[in-house]
Write a protein that binds this ligand. Structure first.
Ligand code: PPE
Length: 329
């Protein structure tokens, strides 16, 4: 055996519950048929890019949060990796709306994946096809049910984030998540909910699957894109909401010890939403529970996504009820 202790992350809440259909290269196929060959380029070389998008149940039906912004980041990721996408942003948006509709879900997590497929072997992607899949399923709270109210205990990882000029952090590529896996496994094994990666220079970068924000004296700080962070859609959302609420916010380099002396720390992400952090390296952050600025931002955020506050930025794409417009082939 390689390992001394149970890592405590094998819980049932992560088990996938299949839905009916998955979108594959322009048509819907049954969930079970969305398979790839083991010698597909992506398996050996990590050549995939993906997105994570949430669809929320609102009083007027299901609505996808910031769909176009997610698709735009997917297009950006594919451009960085020289993967030509054979579909337009409009076609991809329509596919995702239809996917939620054919699977008859009120709320779900949507996972588009672009991968280099099967054909040639070798590092150079060559003539391997670029295949696009979009799946969706019901996904609960990422860092546990209580996390949104109580906050989570986190640590600084001994693993650093991707250094510039190694793997591009602005791309949401499958391969980047090897780094995330190391961070997350180490943190969970040591009894923390999540780990925070520092950038190559030693400044705070982000969590294994979340951006990070630090509050001190009423001002919010978040690392700039140059600190090896993913340009998070929720990060952008919080920046906009803080502006609206008149809370000062700066994108600036954050030294590690700033986390220890912060009044509030919180994560943002599609899966994690806005999750407070109550301790870092066993040092209590602020009062050791969700702080007032975190709570105000959560209220605003959940107000919009639950359809209870006006969608003043047009962030919600409704999923119309009724017969699917796109043929189910
Ligand atoms: N940083 C990383 C490394 C990251 O993976 C995410 C999302 C974010 C920041 C926040 O980005 P955004 O979702 O656009 O606000 N992580 C996705 C995948 C999580 C997973 O375990 O899979 C997510 O939250 O959907």
């Amino acid at each position: 055996f390689f390992f001394q202790a149970e890592d405590g992350i094998r819980d049932n809440t992560r088990m996938l519950t299949p839905t009916e259909k998955i979108w594959f290269n322009g048509r819907f196929i049954p969930w079970e048929e969305a398979r790839i060959h083991v010698l597909s380029h992506v398996v050996s070389y990590g050549s995939s890019i993906f997105e994570g998008i949430r669809c929320y149940a609102t009083p007027s039906g299901p609505a996808i949060f910031r769909l176009r912004e997610h698709i735009r980041r997917m297009v950006d990721s594919s451009k960085i990796y020289r993967m030509e996408l054979p579909y337009s942003i409009d076609q991809l948006a329509e596919a995702m709306v239809e996917l939620v509709r054919v699977n008859k879900l009120q709320s779900c997590y949507i996972r588009p994946i672009v991968l280099r497929g099967y054909g040639e072997m070798g590092v150079h992607p060559g003539a391997n096809p670029i295949d696009i899949y979009v799946a969706c399923w019901e996904w609960g709270k990422y860092l546990g049910e209580e996390a949104l109210a109580e906050g989570v205990d986190v640590c600084i990882s001994s693993w650093a984030r991707l250094a510039p000029n190694t793997l591009p952090a602005l791309a949401k590529a499958g391969g980047n998540y090897l780094n995330s896996q190391l961070i997350r496994m180490e943190a969970n094994l040591n009894g923390y909910a999540e780990g925070i990666g520092l950038d190559e220079a030693g400044f705070v970068s982000e969590g294994s699957g979340e951006n990070i924000f630090v509050v001190r004296d009423g001002k919010i700080h978040t690392p700039p894109l140059g600190a090896s962070v993913l340009p998070g859609i929720t990060r952008d959302t919080v920046i906009r909401l803080a502006g609206d609420l008149g809370i000062p916010l700066v994108e600036t380099l954050i030294p590690r010890e700033m986390l220890y002396i912060a009044d509030e720390v919180f994560f943002t992400g599609t899966a994690a939403e806005i999750s407070p952090v109550r301790s870092v390296d066993r040092i209590v952050v602020g009062a050791g529970r969700r702080g007032p600025i975190t709570e105000r931002l959560q209220k605003e955020f959940f107000g919009v996504i639950d359809g209870l506050k006006p969608d003043r930025y047009g962030w919600l794409t409704p999923v119309p009820a009724g017969q699917p417009a796109m043929a189910e082939k």
